[in-house]
Design a protein around this ligand. Sequence first.
Ligand SMILES: *[C@@H]1O[C@H](CO)[C@@H](O)[C@H](O)[C@H]1NC(C)=O
Ligand SMILES: *[C@@H]1O[C@H](CO)[C@@H](O)[C@H](O)[C@H]1NC(C)=O
Length: 372
Amino acid sequence: MLTIIVLKLEFLSLLENVYMWTPRVFEGRNCRVQPNELLCIMNSGPRPSSFVDFPSRSRPPPPFEHLPHYYAENVSMDYLCRLHGWSLRSEPRRVFDGIIFSNELDMLEIRWKELHPYVTKFVILEANTTFTGIPKPLYFAENRDRYSFAENKIFHGVYPGRVASYGSHEDPFKLEAEHRIAMNGLLRRAGISVGDLLIMSDTDEIPSPHTVKLLQWCDGVPPVLHLELRNYMYSFEFPVDYSSWRATIHIFSQWTQYRHSRQTDVILSDAGWHCSFCFRYLKEFVFKMTAYSHADRVKNRDFLKYSRIQNLICHGDDLFDMLPEEYSFKDLIKKMGSIPRSASAVHIPAYLIENAEKFKFLLPGGCVRSPG
Ligand SMILES: *[C@@H]1O[C@H](CO)[C@@H](O)[C@H](O)[C@H]1NC(C)=O
Ligand SMILES: *[C@@H]1O[C@H](CO)[C@@H](O)[C@H](O)[C@H]1NC(C)=O
């Protein structure tokens, strides 16, 4: 017996724990790819889902292939493109920067100041609840004046989140997936079209300006590319490693779905910065620590004491030592011990150096925070 299965691409994008899929995966499996859905003709198996046999997280994804990345000041774009095996375009691609925003107001300013010359639209989605179903203020909307330098490029959307009832646990992965689906719609309303460059990353994952410029000016770049970012914790004073990989750059196609997970095997080396918990005020640390884990998981309120948090920040120690289930930061938590302090403020975002006084909390020697 033959069965016809129609899969909505929107549904597939919910399967965040599938390390990689593209409609191409299904080609040659009696499937036809058509706009927004997949049509598959199957010899009926026991369950329709049994044909979805693409690799999942239980099988670790293959290691990344690291693309060499060349850059120096003053080298011509034409030469840079050719060094990468690409060629210079006659005009740059339009660039859309898509982020789901929580409360990283300072990192947002740094991000947008760095990327402003290259970006066509800053697409920003914020919800009035967290991924765990806790109501939150619309931090961006309330502080929008601060970003007036980019006003004509901002495309802002609000996602009406669901509030988890007391004692229940919204699945953060499900809510996060819903945010990402909402982002697909927002990007299209912002006017993105096939061939544009799309940055998919968290607010605090900032591609370096020269990386964006390279990818917008060269032909031949892979259609999906992960970005290897330098990881920092609390400030640029505490460099962790180069393990940040979730940010991606896409050449937008009708298949592009907004995601924050493994999407391809190629990663561009040393392509920017990922500064986690790079907050100005202690109250912002507390918000982030409670917003993404259920309040009842914070077993001991002392862990949210400003004095304790301040002490950890200045020693490069782990804020989450008592919150092992915190899901977003597992990669960082596995690093043992304190992060050694660095006195280098070289190769960090230029806007930080130009505004060193305003952002001294992100620079060497600036670990002391005010409550806010
Ligand atoms: C960089 O380029 C500018 C203008 O093209 C030139 O004046 C300057 O000398 C160059 N600097 C270096 C270090 O090559
Ligand atoms: C979020 O926004 C929606 C739409 O405006 C509203 O109906 C809902 O009550 C809001 N939720 C919270 C927690 O503010």
